[in-house]
Design a protein around this ligand. Sequence first.
Ligand code: B12
Ligand code: SF4
Length: 611
Amino acid sequence: MRTLGRSVLYRQLSRITAKFTPRTNRVCHCFVKFLSLSDLYPKCFWRTNLQVLHNFDKWETIAPFSAAIFPLFVPFWAALVPQDRNCSTRKSSNAKPNGHRKGPRGNPVKASKKIVFFVPSFSSIEATAPLGILAISTPLLNAGYEIKIIDSTITPNYKRRILEEVQDALCLGISVVTGPMIRDTVEVAKAVKKWDRDFPVILGGWHPSLLPGQTLEAPYVDIVVRAQGEDSMLEVVQHLQGGAELDDVLGVGFKRDGKLHFTPERPLKTLDKMPPKAYHLADFDAYEQVCGRRWTMYVSSLACPFNCSYCTNAGVYGRKWNALPVEQVVEETIDLTRRYRLELLWMADDNFLVDLERALQIAEGLIRKGGRFKWSVQATTNLTARLSIEELTLLRRSGLHQICQGIETASPAVMKLMNKDFQVLGDIYESTERCVKAGVIPSFNIIFGYPGEGVKERRETVNFMMDICQKFPGAEFWTNIFTPYPGSPIFHQAAALGIDVPKTLEDWVNYFPRYTVLPWLKGKDHQRVQTMRDYLRIAFDRAPIAANGPGRFAKAVQHLTAYPARLRLNHDFYSFPVELWLNRQLKNIVKLPKPSVDAKTMGPETASSCT
Ligand code: B12
Ligand code: SF4
């Protein structure tokens, strides 16, 4: 019998023998192992027989006797279950055995009400609860399902834990973003399929939403859920349980007769129509241990009215900005932070300041109701620039401590190419000054290597960064290398730009903006930009969410190296990077926590996807 058959067998066997004494249990296991290794009978045979045995409650009494005579009855039993002869240990069939429920490939699945979710680790120690999974869990819980979440960020033996948890579950759901998260996803999905190839594996989140076809092509993926998953996931599991086909579930893809099928898109729902997220499922103590800070994300508004050419947002949310009512945001955030003793809320809104009035009312509400937590938002530079010093002070009083803004470039030419001409550099200076005065950290993101960015344009950006940081101490910058994400407007040009676009789900593992190598930014040029980014990292202070960052000693040395780093950046000189070497040595002495998926193990040379 194949490994697959054996695993099904053991699963059934453990259920039957759960109530036995350990000794009888061991004897039964050895006996069945012996028979199964002899490869005498197909999987379906074992499954049917064991199901019969499962319903027999005097098993304990007759076990030793039946063990002895069991082989004699085997052929007769087999004859009694002719309908199951259709199934094979080698290839799944679409025949629906009488009385059995049907999985995505037409195979029988269990009637369990347990759903297992896997969250592959983000390449970051900014660890907290996975909002996507908490969002889709609420409708499932309301419908009586049991949820088990395994997040590899906080679960050391996550693969083993998943294999244990799926034993009595209906399906496994995985949440995936393009990039290193796919590595754990593939590993886990393959392991589950090795255990039982008929066990349904469902992928949802940004990557499957943007590339549903390619994701579903992977042999270890049965179903993909596109975009918002709250309603789709509930319908999928209900269909799996009822043995129904998924054709009438909107927004999903599935396999039938070896072919991929996709249902029409599910219309997007506005945020106020969505149920609250099941935060109570999150193990905040465990996240705090990894991250050093007790925090979570909260979504108060959805989508963004802009359409920057490198961004995937419009591809999923279609620029239809919508938001929760002010009172709901105030009540929920205060309740959330009190209930779970959280010190920080990170608004995962794509552009929090679209409705300025609303933002100010939230601040007033938090002050009035006694909110005692820090919060931070993401917003475009032009919308941040609308805030007066009084308004920023009000926001600060309510706990707002940081506004993250995607400048991405300070070159007007590249800004145009990025479809970001709503951004005015002069305004950024003024709003940064006001932020710093009001005590709100202005935090900026930069993308290097955008198509059309040459040495001159890159220099414009670095000069701008240096200027801002020197004029307004406290302002911070985070940099990345351009990575064309599927679903973004620029992605259509990727092939024409010479980018070798990944062809399979697994190929996307190394797609990561910290290391991307581009046809126009490779070899020595790429190395130079990476070294420059390293100097930008140590030249000015920045505060990551994770408090488990460098200790005081490491920070002191960083301050010592900051001055030479700024000199280098001002003069565009990066040879003999001794300060970086010093920093690295320090990191080896002062051990920092590491995420379980560490993209830093990928050198640029392995980031083949964009070369
Ligand atoms: C918070 C966040 C982060 C945090 C995550 C913190 C944490 N511990 O979770 C941090 C800062 C670490 C982060 C890092 C990165 N991020 Co990010 N991040 C986000 C952000 C702003 C919010 C995500 C969120 O929680 N949303 C709220 C929940 C409710 O929505 P959701 O996750 O989309 O889930 C819904 C559906 O997708 C679906 N769903 C989700 N999972 C599942 C699973 C199943 C089984 C099913 C059925 C459905 C389903 O149902 C949910 C409810 O409707 C999004 C932008 C956005 N608007 O979503 C970007 C976003 C996800 N990030 C993105 C990127 C690119 C990155 C980075 C590469 C950035 C970088 N420069 O390093 C890294 C990737 C790191 C990695 N994974 O390897 C892109 C992803 C694009 C893509 N193609 O995948 C996004 C979309 C931003 C953008 N517009 O481009 N990110
Ligand atoms: S990058 Fe930011 S501003 Fe631009 S479309 Fe995406 S979310 Fe909106």
